[in-house]
Design a protein around this ligand. Sequence first.
Ligand SMILES: Nc1ncnc2c1ncn2[C@@H]1O[C@H](COP(=O)(O)OP(=O)(O)OP(=O)(O)O)[C@@H](O)[C@H]1O
Length: 255
Amino acid sequence: MISLRATDVSLDVPVYLQSERSAKTWFSMLLGAAFDAPRRETRTILSGINFEAREGDRIALIGRNGAGKSTLLRVLKGAFQPTRGSVQVSGSCQALLNVSLGFNNEATVRENIFLRGTAIGFRPAQIRDLIEPVLDFSGLQGKVNYRLKTLSAGQRMRLGFAISTAVQHDIMLMDEWIGTGDVEFLAKAKERLSGRVASSKIVVLASHSAGLLSSVCNKGMVLDKGRMEFLGDVKDALQFYRELVKADAQPAGVV
Ligand SMILES: Nc1ncnc2c1ncn2[C@@H]1O[C@H](COP(=O)(O)OP(=O)(O)OP(=O)(O)O)[C@@H](O)[C@H]1O
């Protein structure tokens, strides 16, 4: 049985704040910048998140910039350890969060397929079988022995995308759709993602596009300042979010 459960998940991170400078001269400002010790504070980014996703659930993560969507995806993937609470994952999990994770600029394309494949959790034998399909999908057959740093940004993105999506998993965690790359690759990438989403048992997708979220997802979770404010049908979640934003835009004192 495939499932994804977050139990009372909270995440605190340390932040280092530089004190406000009101120096009168550029020299005292320079001295302040060099010698003022930053103040350490703890900031809560996620607070008390509880939910369980089961087979067939496609959850839209909805919220303003900085609400905690990407952070929650990273905690679900295990990239960040929650400060309190726990995450239980049953099934294989693919995260499309950072397509250049595990890349090394000095290594060749072939070596990077190994590096990235290892970072994702593939075994060496599995990675060897993936080399040809990855090169084929990314259109980089002619560049297999080139160093990564000689590739364009779009070619690197193609490579990262081709590796990350090479294998179908049970659970898919995604942050927006990949926006770079040329028109031809974008069409290919969308087709592959649609296939992966359709064959995944559980999907969690963070995006600001209401159209995309309502076409892919059946449930929606609204995050605000790291708290889960709503979980339910995706249309109700989008409506809840619109009202939340509208209420905050009202002048003080207006109900
Ligand atoms: N490593 C970190 N240290 C300190 N604060 C962080 C760290 N990572 C994220 N934050 C803060 O956590 C909050 C949530 O960030 P997150 O990237 O999860 O937001 P988001 O909802 O995905 O936003 P967006 O829609 O802009 O992508 C933000 O206020 C951000 O500044």
